[in-house]
Design a protein around this ligand. Structure first.
Ligand SMILES: [Zn+2]
Length: 203
């Protein structure tokens, strides 16, 4: 039996189920009651945060994790970058959740119609630092292109491959790997469908 933090008594499986249930509520427009009171804020301030999941997802304004998983203050630790790419800073943020906050589940959440993936497929020379993002997505796009896939299907498959690549990169972290090996943390990929509101977990 793995040791859990006193305030974080959910297992990785239970944490995933909470997200699945929350997304069902969102899809059905049957939202749970959320305590957004000053009492709740003061409790979170005094006792600290114990988020049951960390979610690395895209900055896209249509993909807010707290809303699409129907969660409240203190429930999920969110890291957002365009294209949900993983750099040293976002890696450190996930490690902080896992190591300091004892968060049992890490979700990498891609989504349908991702602008960062589409920009990478379109290529060219993006202005400013946008190229730093597309450069990180490019290997996933090239992988799908090499299978002879193009157009809309290319964008959707590349988004999924990009999530898989990010999961692989997260597993290279000694901090995260140690927790996975002890059974205290699980990593899972998922995709948010803008059309239906559903989050489809990859495993
Ligand atoms: Zn996106």
């Amino acid at each position: 039996m793995s040791h859990n933090h006193a305030k974080n008594l959910v297992s990785p499986d239970q944490a995933k189920q909470k997200l699945v249930d929350g997304n069902h509520r969102f899809v059905n427009e049957n939202y749970g009651a959320k305590d957004l009171s000053s009492n709740r804020r003061m409790t979170l301030l005094k006792e600290g945060q114990f988020p049951f999941a960390a979610v690395l997802t895209c900055s896209d304004s249509r993909v807010p994790p707290e809303i699409l998983f129907d969660q409240a203050l203190g429930d999920i630790f969110v890291i957002r970058t365009a294209g949900n790419v993983l750099d040293d800073v976002s890696m450190g943020s996930v490690e902080y959740a896992v190591d300091h906050l004892h968060t049992p589940l890490v979700v990498v959440l891609g989504h349908e119609n991702c602008g960062a993936v589409i920009a990478t497929v379109e290529g060219g020379d993006p202005p400013g630092s946008i190229g730093a993002i597309t450069a990180m997505i490019a290997p996933s796009v090239q992988k799908v292109q090499s299978m002879g896939i193009a157009g809309k299907e290319l964008c959707e498959m590349a988004a999924d491959v990009n999530v898989g690549a990010t999961l692989s990169d997260l597993r290279t972290s000694p901090v995260i790997k140690e927790k996975i090996d002890k059974g205290e943390v699980a990593l899972v990929g998922a995709k948010y469908l803008l059309s239906s509101g559903e989050v489809v977990f990859f495993e």
